[in-house]
Design a protein around this ligand. Structure first.
Ligand code: DC
Length: 225
């Protein structure tokens, strides 16, 4: 049996994870959040007393790392690190920075590549990340590059933090997003870029339902579903 795959790439805050998860539920595909895997590598390094900003601290620990993914009955992806469920722990704000640091090392990317490809060989997947259409699944049936303006992504992120009771300045959030965009697109290893055959979907002026409808229309057209 051949499996279908949808690659969903784009910058932080464009709505990739929410939309990819909803789309996966609608299609009965497995939703794979690859950012969570990088987060887990960062968490492990930090827990072991390593500095994620030092490549050697991260790479020397890869051989002992036991990473796995499991899907709950709710269909949600759980990340396991050395047998422990770290699904919640990897959402910590500090871990976002660790993930960004470890994701810049080619050795880390190479180490995680096969794990991601194996999931696509054995399931229908929607994989969300930065290099899925360009590196991980270059043969994906559909590649989406999801974007939104920096202003709009900053506004969404700010609202999300406010809803969690975290008061931050909108200008600060905008600067952080712009800096992350720069880092993600300028790193040497698998930088964030739109694959030549990806369809760009700009959600700046679309609400959730409109964005989902746009994606469903693309899926219908490309995968004949
Ligand atoms: O999507 P996220 O914020 O959970 O991703 C965490 C970090 O991992 C982010 O800095 C980008 C990086 N990442 C990556 O380099 N390649 C991927 N396929 C997914 C995430």
């Amino acid at each position: 049996m051949t499996y279908r795959s949808i690659a969903m790439d784009g910058p932080s805050g464009a709505g990739k994870s929410t939309l990819a998860r909803a789309l996966a539920a609608r299609l009965g595909f497995l939703y794979v959040d690859t950012g969570a895997i990088y987060r887990t590598v960062g968490l492990y390094t930090a827990r072991q007393g390593g500095d994620c900003g030092r490549k050697e601290d991260v790479v020397s620990r890869l051989p002992e790392l036991r990473l796995s993914l499991a899907y709950g009955e709710d269909g949600l992806q759980h990340m396991f690190l050395q047998g422990e469920d770290v699904t919640e722990a990897i959402r910590d704000n500090a871990v976002s920075r660790y993930a960004s640091q470890v994701s810049a090392y080619p050795e880390v990317r190479a180490f995680l590549l096969e794990m991601q490809r194996e999931l696509a060989r054995t399931h229908n997947v929607i994989m969300d990340g930065r290099d899925i259409g360009t590196v991980v699944l270059p043969q994906a049936d559909l590649k989406v590059f999801l974007t939104a303006s920096v202003e709009e992504r900053a506004r969404r992120r700010w609202a999300e933090l406010a809803a969690r009771g975290q008061e931050v300045d909108l200008d600060t959030v905008r600067e952080e997003i712009a800096r992350r965009d720069y880092d993600d697109t300028h790193r040497a290893a698998a930088p964030l870029r739109k694959a030549a055959d990806a369809v760009e979907v700009d959600t700046s002026h679309l609400n959730f339902q409109e964005s989902l409808d746009a994606l469903l229309a693309l899926v219908k057209e490309r995968l004949s579903l």
